[in-house]
Structure formats: C-alpha cells, structure tokens
Design a protein around this ligand. Sequence first.
Ligand SMILES: [Fe+2]
Length: 351
Amino acid sequence: MKMVFLRDLEPDYTIGKSIYNSDGKLLIKSGTKTTRDNINFLKKNMVFFVYVEDDALDDVKINEEFDNVRATALGEMPTVFNNLLTGDKKNAEQSMKVMHNLVDYIVADGSANINLYELKSYDQYTYIHCIDTSIMACFIGKSLGYTGKKLKELSMSGLLHDIGKIKIPNEIINKKEKLTEDEFKSLKLHTKYGKEIIEKYDTFSEDVLRGIYEHHEKYDGTGYPLGLKGNNISEFARIISVCDVFTAVSANRSYRKRFNPNEAYELILSGSGTSFDPNIVQKLRMTFFVYPLGSCVRLSNGVEGYVVRQNKTFPDRPVIRVTYDTATRQPISPYEVDLMSNWNVVVEEVI
Ligand SMILES: [Fe+2]
C-alpha cells in the first residue's frame, strides 16, 4: 500500500484504506476503484492523501517531476563518480550539470514540502544514499537561509560525501557481519580518500571539501578523522552528518530492515548534542514532517486514527483524529487528540 497526494490521484487506482471525513463519516470504502467523480468528491471533502494498492501504481506518476529529476541525477551518478575518480575534469563538470538541475528543482519548489516518507527504501544503495543525502541537506540548507551558490555547493558536498568509498574493497562495503577492527580502520579511510579525489579539482570550494572530509566527525569530538568538536566541524559537514545517518538507517540493507521514519527521526533526536549539532537537528525538526497528513497511526494508548494537522515546531507530535479502539476492536465516535497537549501519548506505529 502506498500513500498518494490527491493532486496526483487518477482514475483506476484501488483505494487501500477506507477514507473518512473529519466527522468520521465514511467517504470511500477500501477496495473502491477511483474515478473522476469520486476523486472530485474527495477534493470537495478536503482529503489531501489517500492510500492506494501498490500494484496499481506501476504506471502512475507520483510527484512526477521531482522523481524524474532525481532519477536522471541517479542515472548520472556512476558517470560522475568515475569521471571524478579518473580526473576527467571536462566530463565531470558536464555530468554534474544534471545534479545542478536537482538543486534547482528544490530551490524553485518554494517550500520544503518533501516528507520523510519520500526518502525511502531502495535496493540500489550507494548512489541513492548519496542523492537522498544531498536532497535532504539541500532542504536543511534552505531552512538555514542558504541560497544560490552556497546551496549548490552544499548539495554537491552531500552528493559526493561518500565518493571515497569507491576506493574501499567491496567485501568491506557490503559485509553483513560486524567489521573487524582492521576492516573498520580501512572503511574510515573513505573520508580521506574522498578529500584526495575532490581536491584535485579547483572547481570545488573549501566548503565542499570539508563537508566530505569531516562528515563523520561528531559534535562531541568522538568522530573521525580528526576528532573535531562543535563548531570546529564545518557547517556543511554538520548538516551532511545528520542527513547521512538519517538516510542510511531509513534504507533497506540486505542484512537489516530499515527504520521507520519516526524511528530514524528518534535516532537523530537522541544524538542531538552528542553526535549532531543541536541547531541542525532543530532545523530538521522544522523542515520535515514525520507523519504526513492522512497517515494512519496507532497511539500508545491503544487507539488508532489519522493525522489531520501538523504542529510545525514538533513534527513528531501532530493532531490525530481518533477513529478506532484496538481494545474493543470497534470504530469509535471520532475525536481529535493534539499530541502537543498530550505529552503522555506518543505515536507508536504507522499502520
Ligand atoms: Fe561516510
């Protein structure tokens, strides 16, 4: 099942979850095929999101433009990495233009309306990880007030942050078991290798370089390669490190299931001030919603409902319209719970 914005909804989808209006009245039952008429009916009822069955989506375009730009950038990634590695300056610059399109799209989009669900699981790992780190860094950069050249540089630094891994043996990169001490030592060299690859080009600024070299530094000084602390770590690296960890744990790896967005988000929050710069974590909170409007959730007090409003400063504590009680297994007369004023209740699971 997958969530789709109503603006992207077209006829012939199969509704995956029944849709209720704000009074709890059933609008469309799960299993219904969408038509022009019932889509208009949902629009009139101010429905923003619906859940649809996945296989209906193969040919359907969701967030088409953004996905296209990202897909093009993704297709170009191996070429960019290889050109950079072989020192082919002219070709490298050419292929990097595609990456600039991605940033242009994010900049032109106006609001950071991407939600954490859109940075999701994929099989092909490394390049997607780089692209998503770059996209996320770009949104955070935007909320820090970055514009123009600086934003492009940040995005480029995010995109290239792990380029040094190209010099690490695949057995280490893909190893499912815990790395030995020696293997971990070699893996750590990827920040140094990355710096060496990139510093050959005068097109990259010092900021880009430091973003790559310092992205495994930790705010409390326990990271590598230099053990830098606090604001001695470049701002680019402090941003990239948050995005790197978030997108890494959100991805499906062969040896473990991915974290839910809320779990990944919790992990970042718990590292605020130790692994991560608290100001950057705060920006993450302001920039991304954890539970998009319309997502169905189970609360820790045993009731279920869906997100009807966001609390901007606390994206993990939205307003929920409760419609179901798991204890009685019965729909209940709907009511709203604002998690901002009910601190003893948390979202337990996205359902
Ligand atoms: Fe890395």
